[in-house]
Ligand binder design. Sequence first.
Ligand code: 6GU
Length: 254
Amino acid sequence: MRIDIITIFPEFFSVLDVSLVGKARQSGLIDLRVHNLRDHTHDRHHSVDDTPYGGGAGMVMKPEPWGDAIDAILTNVQTAAAPEVDLSTTDAPPAGVPAPDAAPLLIFPSPAGELFTQAMARELAGESNLIFGCGRYEGIDQRVFDHFAVTGRVRLVSLGDYVLNGGEVAVMAMIEAVGRLIPGVVGNPESLVEESHEDGLLEYPSYTKPSAWRGLGVPPVLLSGNHGAIAIWRREQQLERTARVRPDLLPPAN
Ligand code: 6GU
C-alpha cells in the first residue's frame, strides 16, 4: 500500500519508523511518504493560512498550497503505478474491492468527519493508495474537499468527539489501525481476530504467568485445560464488559 501524508509538521511522523509500521515500511509492504505543505507555497513567508471569510476566531488553511500538494502526489502516483491496461480482463472488480488502479482515496482528519471505526480500518486496508491531509488551525478551505470530490474520492474522518490541535496524531492512529490489517504486517493473523471491536464486542481479559501475583489469582477456568469452558467464559466476559463499559456497542435488546 502506498500512503502519502501532507502536513506542516513532517517531523511528527518520525514515529512511523518504529514498531510494526516501521517494519512494514522496511519490508516494502507500506510505501509511506511525508510531504511538507509549505513546499507548495509561493510567497516569501510560506504562509498556509489566512483569516476566515465572514469573520470569526482563528485562521483557515488556504486552498492553493493544498491543491498544488495534492496535484503533485496524484501525478506522482499515476506515473509510479502506470497501469498496464489489459483489455482482455474488463470484468468489474468484486463489490467492495477497489480496482487495483482505483484513484487514491483522500482522507482529511477532522472532528467534523464521519467516525473512524474498525470497520472503516478494514475498508481502508483494501485500498492501494491513501493520501492523508493534515489540517491545522480552524480547518481547511471547504473548496479543497469539494474540488477533489468532483474527480476523486474524499472522506472526512474523525477519531471521536473531542478536539485535537491538528490532524497529525489522528493520522498516526489511523495508519496504525489500517497498517496492521494489511496482510503480512502482523506476524500471526490469528491475533487480529480475537481483539476488541473485531467481532463488535470488547475483548476478554487476559492473564499470563505467574498464577498468583500480589495476592491476586487467575480465574480457575483458564487453568482447567477445558477449551470449551474457556471459550464460553471468554464470551461471557466480553458480553459483561461490553454491557458495563460500552452498552452502545450491544445490539438493542428486543
Ligand atoms: Cl481526525 N482531527 C482533529 N483535529 N481533531 C479530532 C479528530 C481529528 N478526531 C477527533 N478530534
